[in-house]
Design a binder for this molecule. Sequence first.
Ligand SMILES: [Zn+2]
Length: 257
Amino acid sequence: MILTDTHTHLYLEQFDTDRDAMIQRALTAGVKYMLLPNIDSGTIPRMMDLCAGYPEHLFPMIGLHPTDVKENFESELDKISEILAKNKFYAIGETGIDLYWDKTFVREQKTALIFQIQLAKQYELPVVLHVRNSFNEVIEVLHDVADQKLTGVFHCFTGSKEQADQIISYGFKLGIGGVLTYKNSGLDKVVAEIAMEHLLLETDSPFLAPVPYRGKRNESSYIALIAEKLASIKGITPEEVAAETTKNAIKLFKFPQ
Ligand SMILES: [Zn+2]
């Protein structure tokens, strides 16, 4: 079984005490490919060093996380553009809009999102979108700037069937994570109606751990629990879920196998 975790922050401090053992657990669990979304210019060196140590398994993205869009966002985006010009990345992300934590910089978040979508177009990379309490705002931006070639994923999708259909109409995928295993999330009923070709698996480690680890630190090996849940919803085997979602991830991110 070959699983892919399309969204995992393995370089964060929550893994400082056992990072290599934790990555080994993921590899042992069949999680052969892991994609690392960036947060800000400060996390890039750690992320790139970690990926360099596992060149067949870990693949970096580059971007500025919406909750880190502050007064200095323009200089942050300049740094990101410079590093992107000189190094190989597999996606732009994570970017997006977050209106859950703080609405102070909503205009700047939007500007930063548009800038990063332009980078995605320029480098022909997929864009990884963080959408929290901001579905309509992000769709509005996509409506303005999307073209036939632009693609990507709505990471940590927890929306309705109508929202899923809108995302799919823009040629984007849905990133399905631990929320799928939460009782009363309602996500199971939505996902049941969406074709497998539109779905990716992700943990968002160290956040959003699936049941039975809910509330604890998340790690990429737990992607197997999300695959099992999706398999039971779809009435197929976890092996089929792994194969389909890994195929979708390879097609989107084009990482080497
Ligand atoms: Zn994330």
